[in-house]
Design a protein. Structure first.
Length: 255
């Protein structure tokens, strides 16, 4: 499941590598569909030379909420300690978070939207955390998104089916407003006919997503899986150790 890629990016000063991406799967806040969505995407990005960080967040009873919007708001808080940890361990694992990208599928796309845009309670702006250079909410961009002045400069890549029954298809109505606010060159949102929800890492986003990512990010070769379930964060960091022929290490730390 966790592999060390060859890496195609050039090292940046200090030995850290460019190109890093945080990936968040969906699951309706009742589960986390990492095997369908974020892990296949991470493996593909990793193969192309990107550092991939897969977040597994709290769901269901772990959120201590029952109303859907409240569950989403509580789950979104788990992005914050994950980003803080990644920032704090850049030197240790040999990557840089400068200009990182954030990918989200379905519920994970809502969490990605909520982290990056200033209109949300627990966004990066309100917690003094870095904003992604780009977000990739695959069938996950919030259809009630409001873009403000401080959001300018952010790029969006999204793929959505017009037959999506969960509400995400409604984002089509606000695409013109998003393009006007962020700039045509920063918005790549495609709507597909006869396509529903939960298609995962499919032909609809695979090639285009990788191309969109490479336009904004650089290249690297680390893969990290983080879990913020309940009271701990579990991190599996894969680093290639040539001399000993080892392929990875696992670290567990308290939140």
């Amino acid at each position: 499941m966790i592999r060390q890629g060859k890496g195609t990016g050039d090292p940046v000063p200090g030995g850290a590598r460019e190109a890093r991406a945080v990936l968040i799967a969906g699951g309706g806040f009742d589960g986390v569909a990492s095997y369908l969505e974020s892990i296949p995407a991470a493996m593909e990005l990793h193969r192309r030379g990107y550092s991939a960080f897969v977040l597994v967040y709290r769901v269901n009873v772990e959120l201590h909420e029952t109303e859907p919007q409240a569950k989403g708001g509580e789950a979104s808080k788990d992005v914050l300690p994950a980003v803080r940890y990644l920032i704090g361990h850049q030197a240790e694992y040999g990557y840089t978070m400068d200009g990182f990208g954030m990918f989200g599928f379905s519920a994970g796309g809502l969490m990605t939207t909520a982290y990056a845009f200033s209109d949300y309670k627990d966004c990066c702006h309100k917690h003094n955390l870095p904003r992604p250079a780009a977000i990739f909410p695959i069938y996950g961009l919030h259809w009630e998104l409001k873009v403000h002045e401080e959001d300018k400069g952010l790029a969006i890549f999204s793929r959505v089916g017009r037959d999506d029954p969960t509400g995400f298809a409604a984002v089509e109505k606000i695409i013109p407003d998003i393009r006007k606010a962020l700039g045509q060159e920063n918005v790549d949102i495609v709507m597909y006919d006869k396509l529903g929800h939960g298609f995962g890492w499919d032909r609809y986003c695979g090639r285009g997503l990788a191309a969109g990512c490479s336009r904004i990010l650089g290249g690297a070769s680390e893969m990290l899986i983080c879990s913020s379930r309940i009271s701990t964060v579990v991190c599996a960091a894969v680093r290639h150790v040539r001399k000993r022929g080892r392929t990875g290490e696992m670290t567990v730390w308290d939140r």
